[in-house]
Design a protein around this ligand. Structure first.
Ligand SMILES: O=P(O)(O)OC[C@H]1O[C@H](OP(=O)(O)OP(=O)(O)O)[C@H](O)[C@@H]1O
Ligand SMILES: O=C(O)c1cc(=O)[nH]c(=O)[nH]1
Length: 170
């Protein structure tokens, strides 16, 4: 295994086999417990560094909850500000869906795992509606289950630190 992030995911036991229902409603015989990786500071730091060193951007953004620690790690590694896309709009205080001023910014959207791409598409639409320029999504693990194609239809490319086939095929 030459992909250092894939090695870290395997070492922390993030790949589990069993019966799982995914966010999209699909069923799967395996699950990438990405939170096992992103709650580990050493692994989170490496993920943040890999994304910060891999791509150019003015701001990084993530959809709550899973992508938030990743956006923060990328922000700390790059010195660039981050934004959070809420799953539900807040209706009190500074109401709204997006935390951070993304208008007119070249924003890199990050995801922890992509399966159907539903969460990434939601983030893309929300950021664009707020005036951000977003045409790239970087995911830690792409399950190679349609996200790439779904994002391409919206004019965005999906870039993955790890493809699930690398984890499953060894
Ligand atoms: O590509 P998709 O089919 O959208 O699936 C991937 C999404 O599913 C998971 O989120 P989940 O809804 O479990 O929420 P969480 O991040 O709040 O845990 C994961 O964190 C991704 O955001
Ligand atoms: O599609 C999902 O919901 C999903 C799949 C997976 O392997 N890991 C995860 O955290 N979410």
């Amino acid at each position: 295994m030459v992909n250092p992030i894939a090695t870290l995911l395997l070492e922390c036991g993030a790949i589990e086999f069993g019966e799982f229902v995914l966010a999209s409603g699909a069923r799967s015989s395996y699950y990438i417990d990405i939170k096992a990786a992103t709650t580990n500071p050493a692994i989170l730091r490496e993920i943040g560094k890999a994304i910060a060193e891999g791509w150019e951007f003015e701001m990084v953004a993530g959809v709550a909850v899973g992508a938030v620690p990743i956006a923060v790690a990328v922000s700390l590694a790059s010195g660039r500000p981050y934004a959070i896309v809420r799953k539900e709009a807040k209706d009190h205080g500074k109401a709204g869906t997006i935390i951070g001023n993304v208008a007119g910014k070249n924003v890199l959207l990050v995801e922890d795992v992509t399966t159907s791409g539903g969460s990434a598409l939601y983030g893309l639409d929300a950021l664009r509606a707020a005036g951000a320029h977003v045409d790239r999504v970087v995911t830690v693990v792409d399950r190679e289950a349609g996200a790439r194609e779904a994002l391409a239809e919206k004019g965005a490319s999906l870039l993955a630190l790890v493809r699930v086939s690398e984890l499953l095929d060894g």
